[in-house]
Design a protein around this ligand. Structure first.
Ligand code: DCS
Length: 481
């Protein structure tokens, strides 16, 4: 009997090969336990509102009015919504052709793309062209669209940091390309060594791979590091020499928890470098409303900005975006609001600043509590979370635990994370889901649980880890650093 196209055996192999750990085995087990009535702390996804973060008031007011424009005709509307929210809702509605229920241009509303361009200009001090900004349903869709344009076949390689956020590995598999890993240095605070990059490219080429693009995640997921300006310069020079497109994933640009290394965009560093390099390197930068102090993951809003991309290519990307007709229009308005929040003097300004500062300051404290908590545990070492939303501690597993994992048919860090989940309800993602050096084990947790719950979570982790280490501890050594 011949197979039908959607029988499992006959599915596209790229679909079957694609792995996505953030919602993998650990997540499925956590969901089962939750159904059985166990309290689960979902720290596997960077999804702030799911962990109790409250939405910022002003953007929700504006979008509420855009969703229900008849409220604007209510004579009492000024008693429920502040005048600046009402004005902004009218502004965004005037940018649409038929409100939130109408498709927009496939690149997004021109008026919002203009606001994004103005934001980029203020941030970087260089001009930005709205024609080169496309709005997307979350950064993920943008990344997928661009990788789709780059990957032609299995011989096309994309340089991806390891550890990396599995959007990249999964999309590259889905599109049938080749992931070319470059390793971040854990002992150097997850720094990026350009010599490692060169070696990765040379090795890939010796296997007949054409390396076409390089991904950076800055600040890093899962690793939490912020790239220095000097490092970004080296990367850009490298991309120029090797003729690589740089894909700058900058979705965590608002999430910075130290002052030594502020966020600097790849675009700014590229422009600072001047000609010829500033006119040579092809760069696509991604941003989102899902992260930062907004955390509006469920709205699915994002954008990408293209630098040094030829007009004919921009046209092709537009054509492909058109197949999906239009990005979410309400999410576009969230993006517009994120890039042009209330200004000093606006009625909603003080509240907006209070709310956003409150979230960021708490995240900064939580980053510290988590890192310190992990570092106080036996056989656990953790670099400080300089940015983004995650801690990525290394767990030095005793050889007896590695043995027990093998017997259970599990990867050792999956084994550890499953035990942690069963004992404490803390749902994490094993380091193997992000890639890590051979024989080294990690887990990733978000820093998002409510601040007041943090001490209890860390105590419960420590207790579990102590018990695990004494159960499996032996004199035969540990996995290496
Ligand atoms: N890029 C990085 C580095 C991310 O971490 C994420 C989401 C995205 C892009 C995509 O975000 P949006 O599509 O929502 O804009 N981070 C996932 C994670 O690691 N946990 O939660 C989601």
């Amino acid at each position: 009997m011949s197979l039908k196209a959607l029988d499992y055996e006959s599915l596209n192999e790229n679909v079957k090969n694609c792995q996505y750990a953030v919602r993998g085995e650990l997540y499925l087990r956590a969901s089962e336990l939750q159904k059985e009535g166990k309290k689960i702390i979902f720290t596997n996804v960077g999804n702030p509102h799911a962990l109790g973060q409250k939405p910022l008031t002003f953007p929700r007011q504006v979008v509420a009015l855009c969703q229900a424009p008849f409220l604007l005709d209510n004579p009492n509307i000024g008693m429920i919504f502040p005048a600046d929210a009402i004005a902004r809702a009218k502004h965004y509605l005037s940018l649409t052709s038929g409100g939130l229920g109408a498709y927009s241009d496939s690149r997004g509303l021109p008026g919002v793309r203009k606001e994004v361009a103005e934001f980029i200009e203020r941030r970087d001090g260089y001009p930005s062209d709205p024609e080169l900004i496309f709005l997307t349903d979350g950064a993920s869709k943008g990344v997928m669209q661009i990788l789709n344009c780059i990957i032609r076949n299995q011989k096309d390689g994309i340089l991806v940091p390891v550890p990396q956020y599995p959007l990249y590995s999964a999309t590259i598999s889905l599109l049938g390309g080749t992931l070319v890993p470059y390793y971040l240095e854990e002992t150097d605070n997850w720094g990026l060594d350009v010599n490692n990059l060169r070696q990765s490219v040379a090795q890939a080429r010796s296997q007949g791979i054409t390396v076409r693009a390089m991904v950076i995640i800055n600040p890093g997921n899962p690793t939490g590091q912020c790239l220095s300006e000097a490092n970004l310069r080296e990367i850009l020079r490298f991309c120029c020499d090797e003729r690589l497109v740089l894909l700058g994933d900058e979705v965590y640009q608002q999430n910075i928890y130290q002052d030594e290394r502020p966020f600097i965009s790849s675009k700014k560093v590229l422009m600072d470098m001047g000609t010829p390099i500033s006119k040579e390197v092809q760069l696509i930068s991604f941003h989102t409303v899902s992260k930062g102090y907004w955390g509006e993951c469920g709205q699915r809003g994002g954008y990408f900005e293209m630098t040094n991309i030829p007009p004919r290519t921009v046209e092709e990307i537009y054509k492909v975006a058109s197949i999906a007709l239009s990005p979410n229009v309400s999410a576009q308005i969230f993006m517009g609001l994120m890039v042009s929040p209330p200004k000093p003097g606006d009625i909603s300004y003080d509240q907006f600043v209070r709310e956003s500062k409150g979230i960021l300051e708490s995240l900064r404290r939580r980053a510290r509590i988590m890192t310190d908590g992990f570092n106080s545990c036996k056989n656990v070492v953790c670099n400080f979370t300089e940015g983004a939303m995650y801690s990525f501690p290394q767990i030095k597993l005793p050889s007896k635990a590695i043995q027990a994992a093998k017997q259970a048919g599990k990867v050792p860090d999956v084994f550890y994370c499953l035990k942690l989940l069963e004992a404490t309800g803390i749902s994490t993602v094993p380091g193997s889901g992000f890639g890590q050096k051979e024989g080294v084990f990690h887990l990733r947790t978000t820093i998002l649980p409510a601040e007041e719950e943090m001490p209890e979570i860390m105590d419960s982790f420590k207790k579990f880890n102590d018990e695990f280490m004494s159960q499996y501890g032996d004199n035969f050594g540990y996995s290496r650093m």
